[in-house]
Design a binder for this molecule. Structure first.
Ligand code: IMP
Length: 201
């Protein structure tokens, strides 16, 4: 193959001038890139087996699940269609109130289909509880949940989660799609934010 021209050639690389790195605001890494990849591959294999021969639709919950959704989809063998819902829960930056607003609904009709909701984290469980009740009212064949993270210490309501990536302690976590004030979603691992950067928790 002919050698490719470096597309970055001529663009000055100046880390010091590129603005503060998102990594420097991280206190601890709780789940690293390797662990994420391994666990998602395991769960993908289970989903492939559990839904073999079934009409499955993956429903990603925006915004937090978009990174997970992209990796999960590529780890699956089956050619599963995807759809997204965007919800916002009223509450403070770090706590949800359980009052959920649908900002973007599904494009697809889910009647008689098997739905797997792909969620970033089950914290209080209130958002998911609302979402599940809403989706079940549309007559799907089944509704199950995959959540990358779960914080058992904070659950206010029991929601049936079929596939859980990792249980994490009661700490505010960021990265791999999870934000604080819309930032840090691009961190390739799950970490905690330095406490002085969190106004309340
Ligand atoms: P829940 O309704 O309390 O279960 O959580 C609703 C949403 O809040 C989750 O889907 C996340 O998007 C967000 N959330 C909850 N805990 C965290 C966290 O520790 N970091 C970032 N986002 C979180």
């Amino acid at each position: 193959m002919p050698e490719q021209a470096d597309p970055m050639a001529g663009i000055p690389v100046d880390p010091a001038g590129a603005g503060p790195s998102q990594h420097t605001d991280v206190d601890r890494v709780l789940v690293d890139e390797h662990q994420l990849r391994e666990r998602i591959a395991q769960i993908a294999a289970r989903i492939d087996a559990d839904y073999a021969g079934k009409d499955l639709l993956l429903v990603g919950v925006l915004k937090g699940a978009f990174v997970l959704m992209s990796d999960l989809l590529r780890a699956l063998e089956s050619k599963v269609p995807v759809d997204f819902m965007a919800v916002s829960s009223y509450g403070s930056a770090t706590r949800s109130s359980g009052v959920v607003r649908i900002l973007k609904d599904l494009d697809a009709d889910i009647e008689d289909r098997h739905v797997l909701v792909v969620e970033d984290i089950v914290d209080s469980g209130l958002t998911l509880d609302y979402l599940l009740r809403n989706l079940r009212s549309r007559g799907p064949a089944s509704v199950e949940v995959m959540a990358l993270l779960s914080k058992p210490a904070r659950h206010k309501i029991e929601v049936p989660v079929r596939y859980v990536g990792f249980e994490v302690p009661d700490l505010f976590v960021i990265g791999y799609g999870l934000d604080f004030d819309e930032r840090y979603r691009g961190l390739p691992y799950i970490g905690t934010l330095r406490s002085e950067l969190i106004p309340e928790h």
